[in-house]
Design a protein around this ligand. Structure first.
Ligand SMILES: Nc1nc2c(ncn2[C@@H]2O[C@H](COP(=O)(O)OP(=O)(O)OP(=O)(O)O)[C@@H](O)[C@H]2O)c(=O)[nH]1
Ligand SMILES: [Mg+2]
Length: 206
């Protein structure tokens, strides 16, 4: 583990629930640096946050998709935050709320000055759903760095997982995305080092 990775591991262990808000305009003041965890409902955003912060009960996880319907803020220190975004693409969430979020998300990506990067969670078995592609395009348009965690990598064999990683990275490159993908398993604890390295860079930890 290099120094930056270790600094990220230590800082994330200090993550504390701060506030949960229904829309971006109610977020804490737009200063310092924050990283948002985005992805389809059930992709594993909250599980990834819990693993990376080494705190089982930090973000609520569920077998029921659409659990996190608010924007949840976790403070790391006075200047740095992690954000658990509502999952997109969950059909059973009220239509009004879904439509609202579809407008609010690109606006958040475009206007949030403190947003240092987006961690996009994609289930390795179902990458690049239309909402993922939209998010990748919005990040690109807004100039926000992106890093993809291919979640639930434990669900595939090694060969299949690395073949998927390869093709996802080729697709990201083709799309001109400002970032690349890695394998991740919240269940097995795989992929933390690589994710912490990216987080350290985005949060400017030395
Ligand atoms: N096998 C396996 N299951 C996982 C992994 N990550 C998450 N899960 C499971 O997938 C389900 C959804 O995980 P969450 O972390 O709640 O997903 P989410 O993206 O936060 O979902 P929403 O809040 O509904 O948008 C839970 O049952 C998790 O236990 C993983 O790496 N491997
Ligand atoms: Mg969640």
């Amino acid at each position: 583990m290099n120094d930056a990775t270790e600094a990220a591991r230590k800082l994330l262990a200090k993550a504390r629930f701060t506030i949960s808000v229904p829309e971006p305009r109610l977020l804490p003041a737009d200063g310092g640096r924050e990283i948002a965890f985005a992805g389809r409902s059930n992709a594993g955003k909250s599980s990834a946050l819990n693993l990376l912060c080494a705190q089982r009960g930090l973000a609520r996880t569920s077998r029921t998709p659409g659990r996190t319907q608010h924007i949840v803020v976790f403070e790391l220190d006075a200047e740095r935050r992690l954000i658990d975004l509502p999952g997109f693409g969950y059909a059973k969430v009220a239509k009004s709320m879904r439509a609202h979020w579809e407008d609010a998300l690109p606006e958040y990506l475009e206007t949030r000055a403190s947003l240092a990067g987006v961690m996009l969670l994609m289930d390795i078995r179902h990458p690049f759903k239309p909402q993922d592609q939209a998010l990748i395009a919005w990040c690109l348009a807004a100039g926000v760095p992106l890093h993809v965690l291919l979640s639930k990598a434990d669900k595939l064999g090694r060969g299949q997982a690395s073949a998927t990683l390869h093709s996802v990275n080729a697709e990201l490159k083709r799309a001109g995305a400002n970032g690349h993908a890695q394998l991740f398993s919240a269940l097995k604890g795989d992929g933390t080092q690589e994710a912490w390295r990216v987080i350290a860079e985005w949060l400017e930890l030395e």
